[in-house]
Design a protein around this ligand. Sequence first.
Ligand code: BTN
Length: 283
Amino acid sequence: MVLHREPLSAEAVRAAIADVPFIREVVYLPATGSTNDVAHRLASQGAPHATLIVTDDQTAGRGRIGRAWYMPPRAALAMSLLVRPDLAARHANRLTMLASLAAAEGVERATGLAVRLKWPNDVVVEIGDWRLEVGGRAAGHTSGVKKVGGILTETSILGDAIEYAVVGIGLNVNVDFAGQPELAETATSIMLQLRREVDRLSVLAAVVDRFAKRYEWLSKGDALRATWSARLVTLQRYVEARVGDSVLSGWAEAVDDDGALLLRAGDGIVHRLLAADVTLREP
Ligand code: BTN
């Protein structure tokens, strides 16, 4: 068991995933800029499919849309999976669906914390449930979410195919956001939710195991969509989606087999969004 602030090691990671034959190589780095960058470097040097890169101290972690990813040393999980899938480039988003599903299932199995997903790549927990009343009458209900993790998938495309993909997974395991009031408004950790420290290795092993078990679903978009969308807090909600400088508001109706969000705007037109920054709103 590896608790708060204790470092991991290559041997400990290998032992924890010994019964996940999917993983062919493990690279552990006590500290590095970004595990995704390491994975790209290894990919260009010919590293095999299913190489796992893990660090204890990610000093330049990257999130979506060029954002920084905060990770205090030895308190969280930062890992990247380098995979060489037999998958058309147009299905690349399925890797993020797969990884976020694996992250949610792995955290639940390892810790018991109920985890949901927020489109397109957030691993979240529901932190409240408010019934809205107008003039004493029920007028709907909403729930708040906070982020416990995120996925950053980056692909190298050759023609119509994916040459390789780097699937980065960040999980706030034992992170205490006390010194980070701005982040604490939208982020939390497994430890803060459960009010106890959690063994990072067992979370890592469970997430990697779920990723391996679900991997074949990359070619079964329907099964992946059904299981993934059942965890989405975003659906059947009124949302605001920012794409670049434009904002689109509407009803999040569904997702398709490639994870695109089908958003019905006020004029009835359904927009297919592949990437956006989505906020849950009241109509
Ligand atoms: C997001 O929510 O915006 C995605 C966050 C992804 C963070 C992980 S941590 C491991 C990997 N390395 C990175 O630099 N980013 C990803």
